[in-house]
Write a protein that binds this ligand. Structure first.
Ligand code: BGC
Length: 739
């Protein structure tokens, strides 16, 4: 009794000291002062994350999570938002549980919380780091205003697999660009200076560690198998960049890597992540991924799965109820050293201190602020800005675009009149009912009398009964705007496809409309690269709009009418046909490259060219740009020196426009084979019609480092090629030597 009273007094004393936020006291000391008072059940509670019943993304749900919060057996919640709901749960934690430790509230705020930005793949096509950071910033502001303090983003999975639906959540195929985007997103979520204690920043979570973007055959959750060299060179860089940018949590992936599921992979979670990369935050699993190690076949039951996970370095169990069921017994039986648990709890508590939750557990729970910040006009403007910048003009024959205001257009396609689809997958708390569709926006801009609509057909299915009405409608207009693509839920998690064509009979409708001999402008909505070979033959213009978010209808309208000159560039290669997949610009040359003389025995297809339909980095503008030859400051780069490579880009058309100037290199001879091109720099510039600008890239030896034959990281002297251009295919070339 006396002992209990003493403990109670110490808790009260320690908590009053949390509140004073003593800046002189080291966070680790504060963490330890809490840890000392915790029972083993309460410690394990901090390592548990349960979904509220609001939104679920997996197959299980814990009914009595509220009771667990009260008992100190659940320290973290996801899928709960709004100030009203979050404060209700937080109140239980800080007023009814013995230790009064505040909860973390996580949610998949991937491309916006209420104001939805384009899907991440779309945003990446803007190549605009400021705009991308701003997108994450707005997402942080709105989610923090809704009570949240943790997002499960950024997703840093590189992928060359368009069959995999989750490419929509990433930044495309390139490790260099992917790293820049990962950093921008972490800055956006956590604040430019990683100011986690600010009540309008949220904790970022790097996911899915690791190599989740390379499932065999593009099937979600499938086996990943790659060489260590490929992993380190191509897949690791964006995770690493996000960690170095300060992200304080990381999520394990569902897949195995080299035979070991990530969630039980000590090499990944301890040796690499903590010891080599110096990560000091905490590791959370993906949804029930501890349990799934039984299905993977590396453990016989959940008990063993938990053991494997904690020993590998997993701190927090998402939804699996494995730590809560087995860890305590394992400690009692001497199977788990309590030090492992203490370290994991320390990492979680430390982040809670950094967020300032101990000072004020309700810091994200201000209903007036919530009202003011959700859908704030500047947030909608930022979403519009990125949506416009993410649109990629793939084709524009005879300058059919931009449209002229007042010309009569026929708008066809179910997607033209869909609000829900504009948001794409992972729409968080985005609400489409108040939004405007593409059709609404086109009418508003061009006058309802100049915009006539017919659905034509659905996104999916075989129904052709609307074709004749679509034809009749199109006959009455001078141009046809056909909006086709995928359903919003056809990309994202668990949305892999074996054919990546435009679904249903949408392309057949395009074929029919083509017989009218009127210019056809295709607006595409999709979450992955598609095979667009047929559409490319039939349409006069093609605009890739991805799933452009809350302001998508307006963004598309402004681009169609030339209020904004498109500047987006693809961040994943668009194949000519599915058989080419995986296809990416940083391929190796092989011993029998396609350009050798032999007519047969070379690396090629007998039924298709090797080249994709649209290469990485590709995107047109309403204007044209001309690149000068490359000027090098020297033909030699020394060990500690640098080399400047410049080109002058001229806007040779009649519209003002923006261009993403891209710089690639090729290491011609290495101790191991090297890619034919690797992106090393880019700059997005604005040029008035007729204007020229010189863009200079600085090349340093560090930029040329790679994992050499013995796996050491560094450079090798020799000959290099340098390329600069507006995409990865059409480039100027120069040569230099690394001494
Ligand atoms: C997804 C994660 C997501 C988690 C929580 C999982 O199914 O793979 O990306 O963060 O659910 O919703």
């Amino acid at each position: 009794m006396k002992k209990n009273l003493l403990i109670l007094i110490s808790i009260v004393l320690i908590f009053s000291s949390f509140k004073k936020s003593n800046v002189d006291e080291q966070p680790d000391q504060r963490v330890d002062s809490v840890l000392r008072l915790m029972t083993i059940d309460e410690k394990i509670g901090q390592l548990v994350l349960y979904s509220s019943s609001w939104d679920i993304t997996g197959s299980t749900i814990k009914e009595d999570y509220i009771d667990d919060i009260r008992k100190g057996k659940c320290g973290n919640i996801f899928n709960a938002h709004t100030v009203a709901f979050v404060s209700k749960l937080q109140k239980i934690a800080v007023e009814e549980s013995r230790m009064k430790i505040p909860l973390l509230f996580g949610y998949d705020v991937i491309h916006g919380h209420k104001t939805i930005f384009p899907i991440s793949l779309g945003e990446s096509a803007s190549w605009d780091m400021e705009a991308i950071e701003k997108g994450a910033r707005v997402a942080a502001i709105e989610s923090a205003a809704s009570g949240l303090n943790w997002t499960f983003a950024p997703m840093c999975d590189i992928s060359v697999e368009p069959r995999w639906g989750r490419v929509s959540e990433g930044a495309g195929e390139d490790p260099f660009l992917g790293s820049k985007i990962a950093e921008a997103r972490v800055r956006g979520f956590q604040g430019t200076n990683n100011n986690l204690s600010d009540s309008l920043t949220i904790l970022a979570c790097v996911k899915h560690f690791a190599a989740y973007g390379a499932p065999q055959a593009g099937r979600d959750y499938n086996t990943v198998d790659m060489s260590k060299r490929v992993f380190l060179e191509t897949y690791l860089p964006p995770y690493k960049a996000a960690i170095h940018a300060g992200a304080m949590s990381i999520m394990t992936s569902f897949n195995e890597l080299d035979g070991v599921p990530s969630t039980g992979n000590k090499y990944l979670l301890t040796d690499l992540l903590r010891n080599e990369l110096g990560f000091t935050g905490f590791v959370v699993t993906d949804y029930t991924s501890i349990n799934e190690m039984v299905n993977h076949g590396v453990v016989a039951n959940e008990d063993e799965a938990g053991l494997l996970a904690i020993k590998a370095g997993v701190d927090m169990d998402m939804q699996g109820e494995v730590y809560s069921k087995y860890l305590k017994k394992q400690v009692e039986n001497g199977l788990v050293d309590v030090k492992l648990i203490d370290d994991a709890v320390r990492r979680v508590l430390r982040v809670k201190f950094m967020l300032g939750l101990f000072d004020d557990p309700y810091k994200y729970c201000n209903p007036t602020r919530e009202k003011r910040l959700i859908y704030a006009p500047e947030h909608l403007n930022a979403a519009l800005d990125v949506a416009k910048k993410s649109i990629v003009l793939l084709k524009n024959e005879n300058q059919v675009l931009p449209l002229r205001k007042g010309e009569k257009i026929a708008v066809i396609g179910e997607l033209a009149d869909s609000k829900r689809d504009l948001l794409g997958s992972w729409k968080a708390a985005g609400d489409w009912k108040f939004m405007k569709s593409i059709l609404d926006e086109l009418k508003e801009y061009n006058g309802a009398q100049n915009v006539i609509y017919a659905e034509g057909c659905k996104k999916m299915g075989e129904d052709r009964s609307g074709f004749s009405k679509a034809m009749a409608t199109a006959r009455k207009a001078s141009k046809i705007v056909l909006v086709i693509g995928e359903d919003a839920e056809w990309s994202g998690e668990a949305a892999s496809r074996t054919n990546i064509n435009i679904p249903g009979v949408q392309t057949e409708l395009l074929k029919q409309l083509k017989t009218l001999n009127k210019p056809i402008i295709l607006v595409l909505m999709n979450g992955r690269p598609l095979v667009l070979s047929k559409e490319n033959e039939l349409a006069d213009a093609m605009l890739e709009s991805w799933f452009p978010g809350t302001m998508g209808g307006k963004a598309i309208t402004e681009v169609l009418f030339g209020e904004y000159n498109p500047s987006g560039k693809l961040t994943m290669t668009f194949p000519l046909n599915l058989g080419q997949v995986p296809i990416y610009y940083y391929a190796k040359n092989t011993g029998r490259p396609i350009y050798i003389e032999n007519p047969k025995y070379k690396s090629r297809y007998i039924d298709s060219p090797n080249d994709p339909l649209f290469p990485f980095g590709y995107g047109l503008s309403y204007t044209t740009f001309k690149y000068s030859e490359i000027k090098l400051s020297s033909n030699e780069l020394t060990d500690k020196g640098e080399l400047k490579a410049s080109v002058t880009v001229k806007n040779t058309g009649t519209y003002d426009g923006e261009e993403v100037v891209q710089c690639y290199v090729r290491d011609l001879v290495g101790s191991v084979t090297r890619p034919v091109k690797e992106l090393k720099g880019f700059e997005k510039i604005a040029l008035k019609a007729g204007e020229s600008k010189t863009v200079t890239f600085t090349i340093t030896p560090e930029m040329l480092a790679f994992h050499r034959l013995d796996m050491s990281y560094g450079t090798e002297p020799g000959d290099y090629k340098l390329f600069i251009g507006g995409n990865s295919r059409d480039v100027q070339e120069a040569n230099f030597k690394l001494k």
